[in-house]
Design a protein around this ligand. Structure first.
Ligand code: UDP
Length: 237
């Protein structure tokens, strides 16, 4: 059974790179454009939770962190997601969109703690909820956090915003003749190692029948197109 579209509640996964441009790791223009899109979708009455990544600032499993204890490096990565979350909150609130940041790591001066029932209540009140610090545990990614939070809040789909138009059989930046998939199943993503989300996240979505829509975030209006069920990008289901 595919969930009814348009979706009423979605979980948007924004990678750290979704905040960056050539000039800055957190680009005011890029964040503004995402916030504009979120305001647009909120005005349609769609409930949106956002899981933010931190790769524009720090990743636990990266050369930046070489030689560090993995858990410590992952803690730094989780803090990076909080920085992005606060940037997005600021941009959304400047546009009049009520926004709450919930962090999986306690930092009550900056953000609410993650409490599922409270998050759902915010969504019901049409507030944007930004989930920071991933799952709060090392050795996980914010992709996995996106799948887990989506399930916990009862989202009908994960929207994975990227820099390309969907999932291709080869990197379209390197292979101009690469072809885009309109639809994929979870097993094919895992088997072919397609870059959608990491394997832990894909497995969680597969086990729970949660669809993932991969689309180009940089095209204005695409978040709306994804939630209203326009066939954009690639759907993994
Ligand atoms: N991280 C973690 N546990 C989590 C989520 C994230 O340890 O549940 C850390 C991990 O080091 C990761 C970093 O936070 O590399 C930033 O998240 P991610 O790499 O998923 O960001 P993205 O690739 O989406 O920018």
């Amino acid at each position: 059974d595919s969930p009814s579209k348009p979706y009423r509640r979605v979980l948007l996964k924004l990678s750290g790179e979704a905040f960056a441009d050539e000039a800055a790791s957190i680009s005011p223009q890029v964040v503004a454009s995402v916030a504009d899109q979120l305001v647009e979708v909120n005005s349609l009455g769609v409930e949106i939770g956002v899981v933010v990544g931190g790769g524009n600032i720090f990743r636990g499993a990266s050369p930046q962190a070489s030689g560090m204890e993995r858990s410590s490096a992952d803690h730094m990565g989780m803090l990076a997601t909080v920085i992005n979350a606060l940037a997005l909150q600021d941009a959304c609130e400047k546009r009049g969109l009520d926004t709450r940041v919930q962090s999986a790591v306690a930092m009550q001066e900056l953000a609410e703690p993650y409490i599922r029932r409270r998050a759902v209540r915010h969504l019901e009140k049409k507030r944007l909820v930004i989930f920071a610090s991933g799952l709060g545990a090392p050795y996980f990614s914010t992709d996995t956090a996106a799948a887990q939070r989506a399930l916990e809040i009862g989202a009908q789909a994960i929207l994975k915003g990227t820099k390309v138009d969907g999932v291709y059989d080869a990197d379209p930046a390197l292979h101009p003749d690469a072809t885009k998939y309109d639809r994929l199943d979870y097993i094919q993503v895992l088997k072919d190692g397609l870059k959608v989300m990491d394997a832990t996240a894909i497995s969680l979505c597969m086990d729970n029948g949660l669809p993932i829509i991969v689309f180009n975030l940089r095209t204005e209006g695409n978040i709306r197109r994804a939630v209203t069920g326009e066939p954009i990008g690639t759907i993994v289901e």
